[in-house]
Ligand binder design. Sequence first.
Ligand SMILES: [Zn+2]
Length: 112
Amino acid sequence: MGDVLRLDNEKKLLKQYYAGQQMPSPNEGFLMLLGVRPDGVGAAVGMFECSVSSLRYEIVIPKATRGERKAVKEVRVAGNDPDCPRHGVGHRLVRAGNDLVCRRCGIPFVKA
Ligand SMILES: [Zn+2]
């Protein structure tokens, strides 16, 4: 396994990632998700591989914002199961340890 690279258009790629769209690679082809690793302090790192070059890239997935936390809490207070505020309807948050987490973001949004 070679060095892991960073991308200079992370924000745009993250939008595509949350929307479930294909993410273009800087060397033609597209970025395939290898996995998401929580960093233990609220953020996560997505690991991707270019479909053409097999170069590997890391994208930092930012931790939950105050607004996202508030929105998730309000859904719970109303007695419902919250979806991921980034991935949207149908991407239910799941309990992981003490947190409610999106499996695709790796982000803990509230305490379980
Ligand atoms: Zn998510």
